[in-house]
Design a protein around this ligand. Sequence first.
Ligand code: ZN
Length: 188
Amino acid sequence: MKAHQRFRHCPSCGEAFPGGAAADPLRCGACGFVYYFGPTCATAALLIDAAGRALFIRRAKAPAEGQLGMPGGFIGEGETAEEAVRREFVEEVGFAPEELDFLCSYPNSYDYKGVTYPVLDFFFVARARGDEEPQALDGVASVHWLDPLAVDPAEIAFPSMVQALECYRRRRDPARPGFLLPEGAMRD
Ligand SMILES: [Zn+2]
């Protein structure tokens, strides 16, 4: 259920909304209060090693518990997407990627405690140095270096991540793992 459908009263004046607020943005007919719900922003990065493998985490918590994803998470107020993805890497696997190349963005939705949040995901690609030792930390059950072109989409936590992997498949430079071709050189 979308968040606005859960709002039974105006958060400013207390006016009742039988059946939930009509729409996003919420507009209160009684006091004129207006509230925009979303989307919120999130970010993740595909860290590629010299063999072309990518670092995946297996999620330890809902949503998508047990599914695979790239390290990442929600972008905080005042943070850039790059700062947020580095912070999330440190929290989840114990180190941060260095140079980040923007890959693509896709809309996503995130179901949490009975509310479906609209999200916009920003994806990056980064190169592993080779001496990282990823650990399974906050919210992570295990870490895996996997071929990003061969992972079963049914195992991936979010549709936006499946789309990001497809974008990487089209934009990757086959001669240089972890690097992207210029947009104009994309193959199909
Ligand atoms: Zn009101």
